[in-house]
Design a protein around this ligand. Structure first.
Ligand SMILES: NC(=O)c1ccc[n+]([C@@H]2O[C@H](COP(=O)([O-])OP(=O)(O)OC[C@H]3O[C@@H](n4cnc5c(N)ncnc54)[C@H](OP(=O)(O)O)[C@@H]3O)[C@@H](O)[C@H]2O)c1
Length: 340
């Protein structure tokens, strides 16, 4: 079968190329999925550049890309009882597995869920990573309750557009940060209030939130902590990893011991500020989880969450798609279809 593989670290457009490889065979506990659509994520670009070499050694040995897929089960391992041939499914493949830019891919059934019936393969492929990230940030770490306030920084990308809709479904009061050009989009998605970062900062009005969900890197986690109430929670998917982040990585103990001081030092200003302000702070890496995707399926089928697709490309236009992703201006998600 044909597969789009990362041959060397570098600029993703040039680092990827098509190869003819053997069709994978599922072991007893795996399913074989015929891929119908695959969504792009910034992490594909980061892995291709080699930015994650320090934290994901399995990827260093055999770098893999392509994590958000939708398709059809074509074969099940002998121990698999949760899925059958012909079932339409979607999944976020874990980082060490990836390989979704291919005609077929193997998956652990625990990472797979039935595709929502009311949307296309393309739309379903845009959901898994963004959805899992939002469920884990807002429900698992922040333990959000209806009526609480949340600041989502930022609201217009793949994760942000899902976060606003998910927070709405939980009954949260949402303030979303975006550029002026995307103000209407985030309002339509359900933000109660919009802060346009090109005109004002979310720190200007002194408002404090029960939860701050930070999607931006650099020093943004520090700004997020300043915007959280005492006793509130900041959950971040941007900025430096911390020691708790290292503990969760699937790497050996020696590698962990090397990363502790490095990440401990990098995240020290954030930890100190969180302590001083009495704010809970979490920096996490999203985990694959089929059960959480089943919850999302329900929300989509009830019409509470709609996939937001900026552009759809045929697979062979992957370079063009990644060039657009690199601009950091995508509204919602980018998806590749017509896999082969
Ligand atoms: N658990 C994890 O560790 C985890 C999981 C998922 C994603 N991530 C990371 O989280 C980040 C967001 O992911 P994504 O998939 O949502 O990315 P994305 O879709 O590529 O984000 C693009 C959006 O970011 C907005 N944006 C850019 N600069 C901004 C700024 N200064 N303030 C507010 N909004 C800004 C842009 O809107 P404007 O044009 O309006 O600026 C655009 O709509 C990425 O860095 C990704 O790697 C981490």
């Amino acid at each position: 079968m044909k597969s789009l593989l990362l041959k060397k670290y570098g600029d993703i457009g040039k680092a990827l190329s098509f190869s003819e490889i053997d069709k994978p065979i599922p072991n007893d506990n795996e399913v074989l999925i015929e891929v119908k659509a695959i969504a792009l994520n910034p992490i594909d670009i980061k892995i291709a550049k080699g930015d994650l070499k320090a934290i994901l050694p399995s990827i260093v040995k055999k770098p893999k890309l392509g994590f958000d897929i939708c398709g059809i089960i074509r074969k099940t391992g002998s121990m698999v009882t949760s899925f059958k041939n012909g079932e339409e499914v979607f999944s976020r493949l874990p980082l060490h597995k990836g390989s979704g830019f291919a005609e077929f891919v193997l998956a652990d059934p625990d990472h797979v869920a039935s595709k929502p019936k009311n949307i296309t393969h393309e739309a379903a492929a845009t959901i898994p990573l963004a959805a899992l990230t939002c469920i884990q940030a807002i429900s698992k770490y922040a333990k959000a309750k209806a009526g609480q306030s949340i600041l989502i920084d930022s609201g217009s990308g793949g994760v942000g557009t899902f976060a606003i809709q998910y927070a709405k479904s939980l009954g949260l009061n949402i303030t979303a940060v975006t550029s002026h050009k995307n103000e209407v989009l985030v309002e339509i998605l359900g933000a109660n209030r919009v802060i346009c970062y090109d005109f004002e900062s979310f720190l200007d009005d002194g408002e404090k939130y029960d939860i701050v969900f930070n999607l931006i890197g650099d020093n943004n986690p520090l700004r997020s902590i300043l915007a959280a109430k005492k006793g509130g929670t900041v959950v971040s998917i941007g900025g430096p990893p911390d020691i708790r982040f290292v503990l969760k990585l699937k790497i050996n103990i020696i590698h962990k011991l090397l990363l502790y001081p490095l990440f401990g030092l990098m995240s020290l200003p954030i930890k100190i500020l969180a302590l001083v302000k009495g704010v809970n702070y979490y920096r996490f890496l999203t985990e694959s989880d089929g059960k959480q995707l089943e919850i999302v399926k329900g929300l989509i089928e009830k019409g509470k969450i709609k996939p937001i697709i900026d552009r759809t490309y045929p697979l062979e236009k992957y370079e063009e798609a990644f060039e657009y992703l690199k601009t950091n201006r995508v509204k919602g998600k980018l998806v590749l279809n017509k896999i082969y």
